[in-house]
Write a protein that binds this ligand. Structure first.
Ligand code: AMP
Ligand code: MG
Length: 417
């Protein structure tokens, strides 16, 4: 029976929306990576394996936020200068020997422990020192320039959630809490391969009709930034038997397989067939542009993301499909790319029912929202359209046309990948 080519099930797979694809990823891809302990200095970029509660308070004691004079608030006159006798000198890291007595001030430095009874610190700029006396201007509030024990993190409070990717500031917080080691998820091993008879390694002399493999370098870079071990499987020719063999071997030796190329409907596109033959295919077309042909499935029980061959599409679908798969596999919170309002300076026409991404550079206009300037060359294979732009304008499914001056959503590459 003849089937119409606009039937979304015509090729046995529907044109899936991104939100539905994301839900499917969360449902079907479950964490595989166990938890191990690593020294703090090796934890950068790793996924936290357990919720972290604070074993101690930070800061651990009331202390001074400035260089100045610690006093009792009740010793200060509310409406005229107060002169106090200056006694102790309290420096950071040293325990003041005694509590503050009535009517005296203690010279104190930033981070130094507040003496007992002191409840306000006057900045040295707001005081006049004369020998062993200090005169303080009126108008300060109780508690000013002090830092309370536990005001950053109270003892026992939730400090960091399981599933968070640890950044430099997270390591700083863990260090402040006294951790020497942290529980993190085991690193995933991700098998990466390119497909295509035309694709050759950089350094190889190109014959007519051949290109260098750009995708494996883009994708390996993206994977390394996500903190996984990349198992580089090279380039596989457009031969069903070779591809099946490479995918099956990768499935037994890795946690996830990422391929590029060979997922369209052409006769030389063999990735989809290999998935169907050796595992199951969940979807192979998304309602997006660029990047419509992108497959998700599994070979044996190892999940696979079959990304398109065009580099721009490969990068975008990595962000939309492969990245959430990686996050799900290591029990991480799914990254949500922040979007920012900008003003389009280009007209655009599109079909309904698919989400489109336009490569743009941002121009600061001095006031108001930044303007998004569309990259003049459009093709999904255009590498310079990535290297010379700042990010993507995302046009939702229902949009059909855009006029210059319209507000649109912009995703910087730093948020996307
Ligand atoms: P395909 O999805 O295999 O039909 O490939 C689509 C386009 O992407 C073709 O022009 C390919 O030559 C190109 N392409 C495929 N793989 C790569 C790669 N690894 N690096 C750069 N371009 C590629
Ligand atoms: Mg190909």
């Amino acid at each position: 029976m003849a089937q119409l080519s606009d039937d979304c099930f015509a090729f046995g797979g529907s044109l899936l929306g991104i939100d539905a694809a994301r839900r499917m990823i969360v449902e079907r891809v479950t964490p595989v990576a166990g938890v191990e302990r690593v020294p703090l200095r090796q934890a950068l970029g790793r996924i936290l394996g357990e919720d972290i509660a604070a074993p101690i308070a930070v800061p651990g004691y009331d202390n001074s936020a400035v260089d100045g004079y610690a006093v009792r608030f009740d010793d200060l006159s509310p409406d005229k200068p107060t002169t106090l006798h200056c006694i102790d000198r309290i420096t950071a890291g040293h325990d003041p020997s005694a509590a503050l007595t009535f009517g005296v001030a203690a010279r104190i430095f930033t981070g130094a422990l507040l003496p007992e009874n002191a409840d306000v610190v006057i900045m040295q700029e707001d005081c006049e020192r004369d020998g062993d006396r200090v005169t303080i201007r009126p108008g300060i509030k109780r508690g000013a320039n002090t830092r309370k024990a536990g005001e950053d993190v109270a003892r026992g409070a939730a400090a960091l959630p399981a599933g968070k990717r640890l950044g430099p500031a997270d390591l700083g917080l863990l260090a402040a809490l006294g951790f020497v080691e942290v529980p993190v998820r085991r690193k995933l091993t991700v098998a990466l391969l390119s497909t295509g008879d035309e694709v050759r390694e950089p350094g190889e002399l190109l014959r007519r009709g051949q290109i260098h493999d750009a995708n494996r370098y883009i994708l390996a870079g993206l994977l390394e930034r996500l903190g996984v071990d990349v198992s580089d499987r090279g380039i596989v020719r457009d031969e069903p038997a070779l591809l099946s063999e490479a995918l099956q071997r990768a499935a037994t030796e890795s946690d996830l397989i990422i391929t590029s190329g060979g997922v369209s409907t052409g006769e030389e596109d063999h990735v989809r067939a290999a998935i169907a033959n050796h595992g199951s295919l969940y979807f192979w077309r998304l309602a997006i542009k660029p990047g419509r042909p992108v497959a998700m499935g599994q070979i044996g029980s190892t999940p696979l993301a079959g990304l398109p061959g065009n580099p721009v599409a490969a990068l975008l679908t990595f962000a939309l499909v492969a990245r959430p798969m990686i996050e799900s596999l290591c029990g991480a919170a799914l990254h949500i790319a922040k979007q920012f309002r900008v003003v389009s300076d280009f007209p655009y026409k599109k079909k309904t029912g698919r989400r489109e991404y336009v490569r743009v550079s941002l121009v600061d206009t001095g006031s108001g929202l930044p303007r998004a300037r569309r990259y003049p060359k459009e093709g999904a294979g255009m590498l310079t359209s990535l290297t010379e732009t700042d990010g993507l304008v995302e046009l939702p499914e229902e949009t059909t046309r855009l006029e210059p001056g319209a507000e649109v959503s912009f995703i910087p590459y730093s948020e996307l990948i």
